[in-house]
Design a protein around this ligand. Structure first.
Ligand SMILES: NC(=O)c1ccc[n+]([C@@H]2O[C@H](COP(=O)([O-])OP(=O)(O)OC[C@H]3O[C@@H](n4cnc5c(N)ncnc54)[C@H](O)[C@@H]3O)[C@@H](O)[C@H]2O)c1
Length: 450
């Protein structure tokens, strides 16, 4: 099939590469000339495991190419995917200007049938707006061209995006006619070998499904984080609680890890946007709104523990951070807890020494050169001379440090474990003051907040 993808970010580039890999002819188009120039040179602008190889293979085979030429891109694909960003507007609702701009562009250039598929995460009713934009752009040219619209939300996880796309749990397809359904069934047939994972539904339900999935997952995290706050205060160990409640198959072990709050480009903005959609319709979505409030509060937990340890004064302290990306296996810093922590530390007069395996460039891009930020070549260098070490992102490389050696490198051996990946008693043996998230004094932690 001939496919065009508008937007070569995390979603568009992965979608384009994977669809080319399954035999389609794909054109990826972006307005970011620098990004397209880099891709054309074979450089991958984001870090995503396995992506580089797939892109190179499919460019070499002639099934994948990149352009900034919208007319060329619209002429290429019978299927036109919209995979551009939908950042939060001032009131938290999704800003649709990029999505509707693409609809306008497709309408300005299309000369025969096109199926326009929204893959970006968009509020319920957006496909109607896309349809109206296409219709008005076509009408303005005084021509008649047939088209369908569809919703095909994306569920990939950054860090495992290729695998998620190639072996999806489900493919959600929202359509309002059989022609559109057939195109999308045919497109996704190679991903349905084992059993049919495609769930065809009406467009509005497909749009809502994406938000429902993200809000459900975000709710599990926020609830667990709230329970960890209770555990801290009653001197219980949330890790023992987690193991026991996860054994109940109605609850399960996924997404019940307490931590320092969720970040990334999806959960925070999607939770906010769904709450805003409900509010606009006169319904106060109480659970959804509190998921965001709990998460914002949780993002200060690392700073609170440091402030507690240092008696409320962090002036002149040097704090080492392990991990900056919002989660492992990505360089994405959007809404990352590390940003909240660094900004709080700087405001309190502390200095930061940090290391992340992939997100250092992104950190430099966001914060630039500053005296109170030192980006280090590895975790040990970051910890050297530090007054405390904070594990923010649970990259594999941080899992089993030599705590004795680490204690020797630091000015004072203080460890705040933002993901509960270390065993408190083991860390304490090396002389560390250990602070986990919701872990008890009985297991070697000193967690009671002032
Ligand atoms: N990142 C994820 O893990 C993920 C997962 C599922 C869904 N989503 C959703 O997918 C959408 C895209 O997310 P992302 O993380 O890939 O975004 P991104 O910001 O990484 O990339 C968006 C790209 O679109 C380009 N763009 C903007 N306007 C354009 C236009 N008119 N024509 C062509 N290109 C244009 C931008 O230059 C940018 O390269 C969002 O709605 C997001 O919520 C993201």
């Amino acid at each position: 099939m001939r496919i065009t993808i508008f937007g070569t970010g995390y979603v568009g580039l992965v979608t384009g590469a994977c669809l080319a890999h399954s035999g389609n002819h794909v054109v990826c188009v972006d307005i970011d000339e620098d990004k397209i120039a880099r891709l054309t040179r074979g450089e991958i602008p984001i870090y995503e495991p396995g992506l580089e190889q797939i892109v190179h293979e499919n460019v070499a085979s002639g099934r994948l190419r990149f352009t900034t030429d919208a007319a060329d891109a619209v002429a290429h694909g019978t299927l036109q995917f919209i995979a551009v960003g939908t950042p939060p507007d001032e009131d938290g609702s999704a800003d649709l200007k990029y999505v509707l701009k693409v609809a306008q562009t497709i309408g300005e250039h299309m000369n025969d049938y096109r199926l326009v598929i929204t893959k970006s995460t968009v509020p319920v009713g957006t496909s109607d707006k896309v349809r109206a934009q296409l219709a008005s752009a076509v009408a303005a040219r005084g021509v008649e061209v047939e088209f369908d619209v569809a919703s095909n939300p994306e569920f990939l996880k950054e860090g495992a995006a290729i695998d998620d796309f190639m072996k999806p749990d489900r493919v959600v397809v929202g359509v309002d006619n059989e022609r559109a359904a057939e195109h999308l069934r045919a497109l996704y047939a190679p991903f349905n070998r084992q059993h049919d994972r495609t769930i065809v539904m009406d467009i509005r339900s497909a749009e809502l499904t994406k938000y429902a999935a993200n809000v459900m997952l975000a709710t599990k995290i926020s609830l667990m984080n709230e329970l960890s706050q209770v555990a801290d205060r009653v001197d219980a160990d949330i890790e023992q609680v987690r193991r026991a409640i996860g054994a109940d198959h109605r609850i399960g072990y996924h997404f019940i890890y307490p931590g320092c709050g969720f970040g990334g480009s999806c959960f925070p903005k999607d939770v906010r946007a769904l709450g805003q959609t409900a509010a606009e319709l006169g319904y106060e979505a109480e659970i959804i709104n509190s998921v965001e409030r709990v998460n914002n509060r949780q993002k200060s937990v690392l700073f609170d523990k440091l402030r507690y340890h240092f008696g409320g004064d962090l002036t002149g302290k040097t704090i080492a951070l392990w991990g900056l990306a919002f989660k492992p296996n990505t360089d994405d810093m959007r809404e990352a807890p590390a940003c909240t922590l660094m900004e709080s530390l700087w405001a309190a007069g502390a200095r930061v020494r940090a290391y992340d395996p992939e997100a250092m460039g992104e950190t430099r891009r966001i914060y630039g050169e500053r005296d109170d930020l030192t980006l280090c070549t590895d975790g040990e260098t970051a910890a050297t001379g530090a007054d405390a070490l904070v594990l923010v992102t649970e990259w594999h490389i941080f899992r089993t440090p030599d705590f004795d050696a680490l204690a020797g490198l630091m000015n004072t051996p203080v460890l705040v474990d933002g993901r509960n990946i270390y065993k408190p008693s083991y860390v304490a043996q090396a002389g560390f003051a250990y602070y986990g998230i919701g872990r008890s004094a009985a297991s070697g932690a000193r967690t009671t907040l002032g």
